[in-house]
Write a protein that binds this ligand. Sequence first.
Ligand code: GDP
Ligand code: IMO
Ligand code: MG
Length: 430
Amino acid sequence: MPTLIIVGAQWGDEGKGKVVDHFAAHADMVARYQGGNNAGHTLVVGGEKTVVHLIPAGVLHAGTTCVLGNGVVIDPKVLCGEIEGLQAKGYLSDPAQLRIDERAHVILPVHRMLDVAREAALGERAIGTTGRGIGPCYEDKAARRGVRIVDMLDPRYFADALDKILSERGPLLKLYGEEPPSAQEILDEYAVYAERLRPYVTDATQVVADEIAAGKRILFEGAQAAMLDLDHGTYPFVTSSNTVAGVVGSGAGVAPKHVGRVLGIAKSYTTRVGAGPFPTELEDEVGAKLREVGGEFGATTGRPRRCGWFDAVVVRQAARLSGLSGIALTKLDVLSGLPTLKIATAYECDGERYDRVPASVPALTQAQPIYEELEGWTEDLSGARRFEDLPEAARKYISRIEQLTGAPVTLISVGAEREETILLRDPFLL
Ligand code: GDP
Ligand code: IMO
Ligand code: MG
């Protein structure tokens, strides 16, 4: 089955973009199926950095069709900007390379305003969202008053749908002291986006189905990660979409029989951006070193990422939830020079041992990781291209991760560049 789902196995920013770009050379299509421009996927090719928030990370390969599935929430202003930015760099010259599903929901200015206003009102208790309007847009979708791409393209229907949203959201925004834009202002602004995006809009589920029927290679690119999943993550410090692999079914309209292999992306340590429990967080000089060496600053908001040791409890849970057939272990190069490394194998909380991530926020907040110590290495790994090129201590670290998570490491990333990769097994053949 030539489909592969790529998902984050921690709290996001594991290097999904890099891995998708790496494989996209051999893929006919890359499709996003959830999330929106809260994602920031960084691609580095020949020293040039490109960050994509909405457009799939396969876009740098002209022969790879990129799809925004129905489960994605689309801020058309951001999408138009991203298309222009990529075109200015010489990418995406053929509009047929990008397909946008007509059923994807649209992020409106009121969604962004509400996201930011709520977070400000929460103060200390804020979630630390990206402020992109993701939560409020998915709320309107679930409340059956959302605006979809197909609705945005039809001015009369759009006006009516917008009226429904504004009559709910307008008074709420006023409670937060914000004045929403008028319906006419939004209609005028979005009419411009609608015309720009119209050539790309289609029933993308059919496009994906046709590719599957033709036996083409398809990558499904996840955004966010297991611990940010609306159901399975560290609720309420999560995003507003489901992120586990099974969501490809609803978010891109793909039947379960067509998907099998799932590659989880995990950083060789752990990071989290935003608030919420993080058992292996390091608020010391080791955490600061990981942040500095790993360049751990958000690709979307620029916020410093919280850093900590590799948490096998988290990745084991992700492996179970998404049925990981393999793990791509990224940023191994960043660990060089640390004399010892720690891996959390379980948690202890109120004298009780947890082999899984507890659902209770107080339990998870108090959880003390049970660590295992491993020897570090000093060698620069960025030139390694085969498993044998890695120092013995690094190889032992990898095999311990495999044992603790129950998933084989099938790719190792030793640098941000496309080529700084050790491929152990073809992920399409796992
Ligand atoms: P994503 O959201 O999962 O796609 O990840 P991000 O792009 O937000 O964050 C990952 C960061 O690490 C980006 O800046 C990448 O360029 C960088 N990166 C990815 N893989 C590696 C690696 O193996 N080593 C190093 N040093 N950087 C990497
Ligand atoms: P990628 O795809 C890391 C986090 C936010 C916040 C929470 C909710 O690049 O891995 P939201 O704006 O979604 O309502 O914020 O989720 N978050 C991410 N953290 N990487 C991401 O995406 C994220 N997308 C959302 O920081 O804690
Ligand atoms: Mg990111």
